[in-house]
Design a protein around this ligand. Structure first.
Ligand code: HEC
Length: 132
């Protein structure tokens, strides 16, 4: 009887600890068919995504995004360096903002960009965010 109680307690504890992990929760985004992520480059794919979804607030000379200038590649690299904690793609704050992950600021604030764009940014970040 005593061991049954112990086992029940342990199972409950494990279940609770699995569902209440603190911090950012990975959101799995399926790759849409026909979405080419591995050939994504900054110039061809990533810049246009930022340009159409972010520069209105995070462009050069724009202050509505709190002064974070994603158009300036030096600032972008610096932000990624500091916001990419070295623990893989799920450590990237910028990506979590774009995913609208719990605990991250939702970027853009009013909608989530299409999943192919998300996948391209994901791949690009996993390569270290090169300006290529
Ligand atoms: C409508 C305006 C707007 C748009 C569009 C927008 N942002 Fe933001 N963003 C903001 C504001 C406002 C903040 C918060 C600034 C602050 O709190 O100081 C912010 C903050 C951020 C931060 C910093 C979060 C942090 O906690 O360090 C990142 C990263 C970011 N935005 C990325 C993006 C990306 C990527 C896009 C496009 C996919 C985007 N934003 C589009 C307004 C915007």
């Amino acid at each position: 009887m005593k061991s049954t109680t112990t086992i029940l307690f342990l199972v409950t504890f494990l279940l609770v600890s699995c569902t209440h992990k603190p911090g950012l929760v990975p959101v799995v985004v399926p790759t849409p068919t026909g979405c080419d992520t591995v050939n994504a480059t900054y110039a061809k794919d990533i810049r246009p995504i930022f340009s159409s979804n972010c520069y209105s607030c995070h462009g050069t000379g724009v202050t509505t995004g709190g002064g974070l200038d994603l158009e300036d590649t030096a600032q972008l690299k610096n932000y990624l360096k500091n916001g990419f904690r070295g623990d893989g793609i799920y450590g990237s704050k910028l990506y979590h903002c774009m995913l609208h992950s719990p605990l991250a600021q939702q970027m853009p604030p009013t909608y989530i960009v299409d999943s192919c764009s998300l996948k391209k940014v994901h791949y690009w970040l996993s390569q270290g965010g090169p300006i290529n």
